[in-house]
Design a protein around this ligand. Structure first.
Ligand SMILES: [Fe+2]
Ligand SMILES: [Fe+2]
Length: 261
């Protein structure tokens, strides 16, 4: 089984790229299952029921979220309506939606768990205890975890905490792909950050002039607008999982900006 993890889809350019290219990428790389982070897919950040529906229609099997989960007024509705959309497990339990989901592919069942980190992030419950509890309840052939976190240390600690208990752990949130893809000692595939899908000539998907101004003029009020011109950068990571043993045999980064790549 080949699982493709796609990093934060940013704004209209990011989601249009996914709508128009994901099925081509799925066939080209023989992908069986796609998990993509959609926390920045709406123009305002967050997600809407329409965007979540369209991402699923165009080939995303499960959408994960992060600190921008509730960036739109309709995100809660999207989480309640769309069973393929999940939000951080370690958010307050009374929030809409759920933190993990199992999809049955016929030949195997795949669980996806969404966690959020706590280092340099807003308060959340302990992701380590939350995932430990979820794993005791989950019965699936393959388990994939999106750890949406700022600190590489927290993501690497989580991956090692889960090593041998899940097939793959990938990081999202910082929008920059890391070159540390690996198979951990007990067989879990890992990458600290898969990177974003959005405008390349930007600061993490936001118009670069605004972010330069933000750093040059601290204290000024800013409205971050997403970049909307130029090439889109697609970033992802493929986890190859042996169908019989359910062990990860390879972890491969993907990064390209042109339609024919
Ligand atoms: Fe993000
Ligand atoms: Fe984030």
């Amino acid at each position: 089984m080949r699982v493709l993890a796609v990093g934060d889809i940013v704004g209209i350019p990011g989601r249009e790229y996914i709508y128009n290219n994901l099925n081509r990428i799925r066939s080209k790389y023989n992908i069986d299952f796609v998990v993509a982070n959609g926390e920045n897919s709406a123009s305002s950040n967050g997600i809407t029921p329409e965007i979540a529906g369209m991402l699923v229609e165009r080939g995303v099997d499960v959408i994960t979220m992060g600190n921008h989960t509730f960036g739109t007024k309709t995100a809660g509705k999207a989480l309640e309506e769309n069973p393929r959309l999940i939000r951080p497990l370690n958010y307050p339990p009374e929030f809409e939606g759920r933190g993990w989901v199992i999809q049955d592919l016929g030949f195997a069942s795949v669980a996806v768990i969404n966690l959020i980190g706590r280092v340099n992030m807003s308060p959340a419950d302990c992701p380590f205890r939350a995932v430990e509890k979820a794993l005791a309840e989950i019965d699936a052939d393959v388990v994939i975890v999106d750890i949406h976190a700022e600190a590489t240390s927290e993501r690497i600690a989580m991956a090692n905490f889960l090593d041998g208990k899940v097939q793959a752990v990938f990081g999202t949130h910082t929008h920059v792909q890391t070159a540390d893809e690996q198979i951990l000692p007990n067989g879990t595939g890992f990458i600290s950050d898969v990177g974003m899908t959005g405008i390349m000539d930007s600061v993490l998907g936001v118009k670069k002039e605004i972010i330069i101004d933000f750093f040059y003029n601290p204290g000024k009020h800013f409205r971050f607008e997403k970049a909307d011109e130029g090439d889109v950068w697609f970033n992802g990571c493929i986890f190859d999982i042996d169908d019989k043993t359910k062990k990860v045999t390879a972890v491969e980064r993907l990064r390209f900006s042109r339609i024919d790549d």
